[in-house]
Design a protein around this ligand. Structure first.
Ligand SMILES: [Fe+2]
Length: 320
């Protein structure tokens, strides 16, 4: 089992692999896992002016976060500029092409159902060993036709629009819905309906002193991407200090806690908890059956129904 729990994405010592592709460098952090190829995370760092031609995928979803720089995007024929802090979510059959505008633009990638790392491995394998076969139409037909219904498109005739008009672009302020409470705010960035049921992505803003405990061993893999602040994770008794540009990847049946040491921002990339349904139904219970909230056993059963195994969450006021 992968026990790399804390990953500093900017530290070359912690990269699984790194591919220099000339116009960009790809650094792998987490390789895809399981039947649905979950939780593949990598950075592609682009040289200025590099273009990814207009194309679409027949399966798999790509969720990109711009950690640094800016990108000219064309998605479904709409052209706009995306910047650091923006997220872009691309489901199947959504044509997309990019031009990376700034040197060292960091394109942080989360994939499912797609196995991008294997694709990059094969590309480098062909280019490194048998590059002459790229001139062989028969070989290229086999190489490009991998049964995924991926399609390279003609250069688009694109209409320039404001980025916030493009459904796939999620700026730092975007949320399909927002829920908040004492010390926390959650905004839904990506819906389960956009990932063929594999996951949902939430952005959490957490205040210093907010803590969450998962003391009930459970099947979920957890994956967090911290974009600001400081959080102490304790996983099976071992402490990890997570800051900006860190991933925290926690295997199943590892009990853990998170304590916010400095106001923090993170993306919950694990998405195994059905958080949208949970928050919606919890709001309904608060309104319609408030007496149920006092029944500990009923509330535990309620949380488990949504694959939520939180045993405690709230603010702690240590110095009061
Ligand atoms: Fe793509």
């Amino acid at each position: 089992m992968d026990e790399r729990i804390l990953i500093h994405m900017n530290d070359p010592e912690e990269w699984l692999r790194s591919w220099d592709e000339g116009t960009q460098v790809v650094n792998d952090f987490i390789l895809p896992r399981g039947r649905r190829l979950k939780d593949e995370v990598s950075d592609t760092i682009y040289h200025a002016g590099t273009e990814v031609p207009y194309h679409q995928h027949g399966r798999g979803t790509e969720t990109f976060y711009i950690a640094r720089g800016s990108v000219e995007c064309v998605i479904r024929g709409k052209r706009f500029i995306a910047e650091a802090g923006d997220m872009i979510h691309i489901p199947p059959y959504t044509p997309h092409g990019f031009k990376f505008l700034e040197e060292g633009t960091i394109w942080r990638e989360l994939f499912q159902d797609i196995d991008m790392a294997q694709g990059i491995y094969e590309k480098n394998s062909v280019n490194g060993r048998h590059i002459e076969f790229r001139q062989d139409p028969e070989f290229m037909n086999m190489y490009l036709n991998d049964g995924t219904e991926d399609l390279t498109r003609e250069p688009p005739v694109a209409e320039a629009v404001d980025k916030n008009q493009v459904h796939e672009l999620r700026s730092s302020e975007f949320g399909f819905v927002t829920y908040e409470g004492d010390g926390w705010r959650l905004r839904q960035k990506v819906g389960r309906w956009e990932c063929d049921g594999v996951k949902e992505v939430w952005q959490a803003s957490l205040e210093q002193g907010f803590t969450v405990t998962w003391d009930y061993p459970n099947q979920n893999w957890e994956l967090y991407y911290i974009t600001g602040g400081k959080i102490r994770f304790t996983v099976e008794g071992k402490e990890y200090l997570a800051e900006k540009d860190c991933l925290v990847h926690i295997p199943p049946y590892h009990v853990h806690t998170m304590e916010v040491l400095e106001n923090a921002e993170l993306f919950d990339y694990g998405g195994e908890t059905r958080l949208l349904e949970l928050l919606e139904d919890h709001a309904s219970i608060m309104k319609n059956q408030p007496e149920k909230l006092k029944d500990q056993e009923a509330m535990t059963r309620f949380l488990h129904k949504y694959r939520c195994y939180v045993t405690h969450a709230g603010m702690t006021y240590e110095n009061e």
